[in-house]
Design a protein around this ligand. Structure first.
Ligand SMILES: Nc1ncnc2c1ncn2[C@@H]1O[C@H](COP(=O)(O)OP(=O)(O)OP(=O)(O)O)[C@@H](O)[C@H]1O
Ligand SMILES: [Mg+2]
Length: 365
């Protein structure tokens, strides 16, 4: 009988999916060490999930897979914690990509992105976060726009600074409307333009992700800067995301960039859960007549052939600006208004899409 080798064990482990996912545990980066000697195999896993069920399932699945290999007489599986990620200070060279990390941060990691700037990403992201918190989820909000952070304004936290938290001195996220928030805007003076080079942007984002005392989160929502730049790349390399929402306005210029954005996320294997059409129309407050101010919408016609659904149309409404600027998302300030109802529908569609994807991953056809 051929002798079992560490290489053969690794090959077999590449067929073991992470519980709840299609992705295998080797590409997930949790197989830290494999040793094989005279039929005895030892596998060390570095699992950041604290959920005992996940850890038990991983141990059992690895034991089962390895014991079924020819030439294996004994299997030992150790399920440990990953080494804490050390993040470089500004100015240090960029770190190599860490293994992708998902469970340590949150049960679900979602993004809100756009091709073009100013289409309402942050507004959508903040309202979705608050809507999720009101549904009883523990929500974290990461403002990944390190050059133009808007979370401090939109959550009514301007001028506030995070306090130091746990024994290791990590900063606590700030809280508003039931959401835990972290933003570069809490560390730099308002109106101070900060230009960081690409690798530094990556380092800051990694720092905001892993050097912050987030606590237990059901959802981490990431508000991306516009376009397809360093923040998107860093996050796609660092985290396994459940998916992202793309926001666009109905005009052609924004729509072209939204299509580019979809293609970029698909390339880095982040599922695009849906497109939100913001400022889609104006509803007259007096007669309720709808005006499509950008002309008849072509968003669905352009997006749906790409296999991505349009999951919401938000009207343009001056109350959105006024309430957002005073730190009160409309899902709180005007929950019965049309924009808030659209945000609630979008939140439900996103949570539903993640649920369905997980169901499909657990029970492949
Ligand atoms: N449905 C809406 N009706 C009216 N105003 C809106 C609507 N959505 C967003 N806005 C306003 O449009 C402006 C831009 O929105 P926001 O900052 O959310 O866009 P963004 O895509 O995050 O921008 P950036 O690309 O700079 O990050 C804000 O003043 C916001 O209040
Ligand atoms: Mg923004």
């Amino acid at each position: 009988m051929s002798e079992i080798t560490a290489e053969k064990v690794r090959e077999a482990l590449a067929g073991v999916p992470y519980p709840g996912f299609r992705r295998d545990i080797v590409s997930f980066g949790i197989v830290r060490h494999v040793a094989a000697c005279n039929g005895a195999v030892r596998v060390q896993l570095a699992v950041s999930a604290t959920d005992e069920d996940v850890r038990r399932q991983l141990r059992e699945n690895v034991e089962k897979t390895v014991s079924a290999l020819p030439g294996v007489s004994q299997v030992t599986v150790e399920v440990g914690q990953p080494a804490p990620a050390r993040l470089p200070a500004a100015g240090e060279p960029e770190t190599k990509a860490e293994p992708k990390d998902r469970p340590a941060l949150a049960g679900m990691i979602l993004g809100v992105a756009s091709g073009k700037g100013g289409v309402g990403k942050s507004t959508v992201a903040v309202n979705m976060a608050v809507s999720m918190a009101r549904r009883g989820l523990r929500v974290g909000f990461l403002d990944a726009d390190v050059h133009g952070p808007s979370a401090p304004l939109l959550f009514g936290l301007e001028g506030r600074r995070p306090e130091r938290a746990d024994a290791s001195g990590r900063p606590l996220p700030l809280e508003a409307h039931g959401v835990k928030i972290m933003s570069m805007g809490f560390f730099v003076e308002k109106d101070n333009a900060v230009i960081w080079r690409g690798p530094i942007v990556g380092n800051f984002i990694r720092q905001l992700l892993s050097d912050v005392a987030w606590g237990e989160l059901d959802v981490l929502l990431i508000d991306f800067p516009p376009g397809t730049g360093d923040a998107q790349l860093t996050i796609s390399q660092t985290l396994v995301m459940d998916g992202t929402v793309i926001v666009t306005t109905p005009n052609e210029l924004a729509l072209v960039d939204a299509v580019k954005g979809i293609s970029m996320f698909q390339k880095v294997e982040i599922p695009v859960l849906g497109v939100v059409e913001n400022m889609a129309f104006f509803a007259c407050p007096h007669c309720a007549k709808k005006t499509e101010i950008f002309g008849e919408s072509r968003v669905a016609a352009r997006i749906e052939p790409l296999g991505v659904p349009v999951i919401g149309r938000i009207p343009i409404d001056p109350r959105v600006v006024a309430e957002s600027d005073s730190g009160r998302p409309v899902v709180v300030a005007d929950p019965e208004g049309a924009p808030a109802r659209a945000f609630e529908e979008i939140t439900a569609a996103v949570l539903g899409a993640v649920d369905r994807r997980r169901g499909a991953a657990e029970h492949p056809a």
